[in-house]
Design a protein around this ligand. Structure first.
Ligand code: ADP
Length: 265
């Protein structure tokens, strides 16, 4: 808070009172802190793979120069690091785009079921690789919302990819769509999409912070799975742009359900 006092003078220049003001600067400072943390996080996330790359280049120039096996191994690691940086940059671009768009309500009528069918088709290879199957309910129908098709695709790609990454292998992901006559929070008819996994679940302690940028529960596992820590932040902004809401229900040892509820079109 900032406190100010200003005297009030009457017509003859005589002091006859004072204006006292308290200004609340906490929100301005908070958003400035968030911005500073974000920049620090990005720098850290980019510097780690860069340091690795620089080190490997040096090794390739010197000790590994005449060792083809070591050279191949190092090149493979370098490629993985470069890909990680590429993913980070493309997620950062998505995030800034959805943040910038957030105030503009999408105007196209989009069939959420068609979006989900195309997302599942896109992920076929990843699902098979992870030995995960998808059980669906209601996605063969048609449910329209006012939406941005590309962003809705990205939203569900992120949620289903997370269910693949963090739900254990050999399990099932349940994907369902239902029409809601009236959502009590949104106060309008809506479409509700549930993405449920049978993974280890999430400690309730983490739930309120899960959609923050770079928030990860298990940092090592997220990086190992190729995560950038931005997926759920992007999801939250896309849901906000669609004037919807995101609900996360999780039970440890049972699984997690991400529910996206969007006003019906
Ligand atoms: P990441 O790129 O690390 O996956 P996200 O923003 O998508 O970042 O997710 C943030 C964190 O939330 C993840 O690091 C993970 O710890 C946790 N998480 C996300 N989805 C799930 C899930 N379905 N089951 C368990 N944990 C999850």
């Amino acid at each position: 808070y900032r406190f100010r006092a200003r005297p009030i003078e009457d017509g003859s220049g005589q002091k006859c009172g004072a204006v006292l003001s308290f200004e609340d600067h906490s929100r301005v400072e908070e958003s400035e802190n968030i911005r500073r943390d974000f920049v620090a996080n990005i720098s850290h996330e980019l510097r780690t793979p860069l340091t690795g790359l620089t080190g490997f280049i040096e090794t390739l120039r010197t000790t590994a120069r005449d060792d083809p096996a070591a050279r191949d191994r190092f090149l493979e690691i370098m490629e993985a690091e470069a890909r990680r940086m590429g993913r980070l940059v493309s997620d950062l671009m998505s995030l800034s785009r959805v943040e910038a768009d957030e105030r503009v309500r999408p105007r196209d009528l989009v069939d959420v079921c068609a979006v989900l069918r195309s997302v599942v088709a896109t992920l076929e290879g990843k699902l098979a690789e992870a030995d995960v199957s998808v059980e669906t309910a209601g996605i063969d129908k048609s449910h329209q919302v006012l939406g941005d098709r590309d962003q809705l695709i990205q939203l569900f790609l992120n949620l289903i990819e997370n269910a693949i990454k963090y739900g254990s292998a050999g399990r099932v992901i349940h994907l369902s769509v239902v029409a809601v006559a009236r959502d009590h929070t949104l106060r309008c008819p809506a479409v509700r999409i549930d993405v449920r996994d049978e993974g280890p679940g999430i400690d309730p302690l983490h739930l309120p912070r899960l959609t923050e940028r770079f928030y990860r529960i298990d940092d090592h596992r997220s990086r190992e799975m190729g995560g950038t820590g931005l997926g759920l932040a992007i999801v939250k902004h896309i849901v906000n742009r669609h004037r919807g809401r995101l609900k996360i229900n999780s039970k440890q040892g049972v699984g997690t359900t991400f529910s996206v509820i969007i006003p019906a079109g």
